[in-house]
Design a protein around this ligand. Structure first.
Ligand code: PLP
Length: 434
């Protein structure tokens, strides 16, 4: 048997950040139940939501005909028409956006949406009779590790370094990345950008681009005739894991993704893309080609909750306070534990999502090496380096950061932070020769 993989097959099979992250996570959860889990992006078990999903599932089961249709029929590749109509109505009612069913496509989670979108827009493209290699621009790096290997053609991304700001002064040890608009404008001026993408809130940093930053990015995108893609995996109106007053944004030249995963439904693999109709048509075709249709259980679970407004109420009154409190507690422990360990640390402002982004300034080993050592000490984190893909040059800062998921059990998070600080302090001492 000749199992020589194609060039594309080899690219998809290569060591990649997302593959080893998912692998480590899966192994830790099954083979090392004692591992302190500060890695991964799993949503927390939120009892109110879990109870509600069980109730909704019972309601679906009780309605025999509808249950049989759910399991027994393929939906159209664009998604379930009833779900799409309810989502469009909610977005019009709650946010005043002019969207109809022609602006919405369902995909197998946000991850699949990005795989489709990046390869729809970027790569070799005929422009005025010439083949151009078009790229996806990340205006603010570090950005979501899950995008990094999604371009079917090599070098699909180009990223801009952010500015580093200290909104409450450097002594607060809390920094915030900002968009370097001059760098973004320069990248766009190169003429080979197919689209810009930002996650808001950002995975890994917990940054939320301000309304002003989003409006300026949208204006730049319009000026260069490229779409702005906003990944709303954690944002408003659902799941609403956003701790600042940022306004949800969409325009007819924006592509916005929403996902059910962080509502506690990652197992349903369901997301929705809000986009101009030609993009929706293309995404529907890609769904049909890759998988015929989408999973429909998630759509059926949440559809009546879109109509009643319950989904947004739960996001505002349960999910946001749940994660905000977890963030606040863990941030307090970071300052207490890393301060006591005498480490030169800083942490990104926590404005949303499930993560604290820790910056160990002057760390004498790479973040990847620290991650490996921490695994031996029974703590799983995510090293910083893979989030800095697409940068044209080396940035030592990338080797000094760690992503920590704060949504686990408080005793686990606290003990995990303690072990990280102990290990980092030991490394620093060793390298000082102390
Ligand atoms: C920023 C961001 N985008 C997209 C995704 C993909 O999520 P899903 O495919 O479950 O919707 C994730 C998952 O953690 C994420 O953090």
């Amino acid at each position: 048997m000749d199992l020589t993989f194609s060039m594309l097959g080899q690219r998809m099979n290569a060591e990649s950040g997302i593959v080893s992250l998912m692998d480590d996570l899966g192994r830790a959860l099954t083979e090392r139940p004692d591992m302190l889990m500060l890695g991964g992006g799993n949503p927390a078990a939120v009892p109110v939501l879990q109870a509600r999903w069980r109730e909704r599932m019972s309601e679906l089961l009780a309605d025999g005909a509808s249950f049989d249709a759910m399991l027994g029929n393929y939906d159209p590749p664009q998604g379930n028409p009833v779900f799409i109509a309810s989502l469009a109505a909610m977005l019009r009612r709650e946010l005043g956006w002019h969207v109809g069913p022609e602006n919405i496509a369902v995909t197998l989670g946000g991850q699949t949406a990005f795989f489709f979108l990046f390869n729809l827009l970027a790569g070799r493209t005929m422009v005025a009779g010439r083949v151009q290699h078009r790229k996806i621009l990340l205006p603010l790096c570090p950005e979501y590790i899950g995008y990094a290997d999604q371009g079917l053609e090599p070098e699909s991304f180009i990223a801009c370094r952010p500015t580093i700001e200290w909104p409450r002064g450097e002594a607060s040890r809390e920094f915030k990345y900002g968009v370097d608009f001059a760098a973004v404008a320069a990248a766009l001026a190169g003429g080979d950008i197919a689209a810009m993408v930002v996650s808001r809130p950002t995975n890994p940093t917990g940054n939320v681009l301000t309304d002003d930053e989003i409006h300026r990015l949208a204006a730049l995108a319009d000026a260069h005739g490229v779409p702005l893609i906003i990944d709303n995996a954690y944002g408003a109106p659902f799941p609403g894991v956003i701790f600042t007053e940022a306004t949800p944004f969409w325009s007819p030249t924006t592509i916005l993704t929403l996902s059910l995963s962080k509502l506690g439904l990652p197992g349903t693999r369901t997301a929705a893309v809000i986009a101009p109709p030609p993009v929706i048509k293309a995404l529907s075709a890609m769904t049909a080609i890759a998988g015929l249709a989408n999973t429909n259980i998630g759509q059926r679970l949440v559809q009546p909750m879109l109509d009643s407004g319950e989904l947004l109420t739960l996001s505002r009154t349960v999910l946001r306070p749940f994660y905000e409190e977890k963030s606040r507690l863990a941030l307090g422990w970071i300052h207490e534990i890393f301060g006591a360990a005498g480490l030169d640390y800083a942490v990104h402002a926590s404005e949303g999502a499930f993560f604290h982004w820790l910056w160990l300034r002057g760390l004498p080993v790479s973040s990847h090496e620290l991650y490996e050592r921490l695994k031996e000490r029974g703590v799983l984190v995510v090293p910083g380096e893979p989030f800095f893909f697409g940068l044209p040059d080396d940035w030592p800062h990338a080797r000094e950061c760690l992503r920590l998921n704060f949504s686990g059990r408080p005793d686990v998070v606290r003990e995990g932070l303690q072990r990280i600080a102990t290990e980092a302090a030991a490394i620093v001492r060793l390298h000082r020769g102390g």
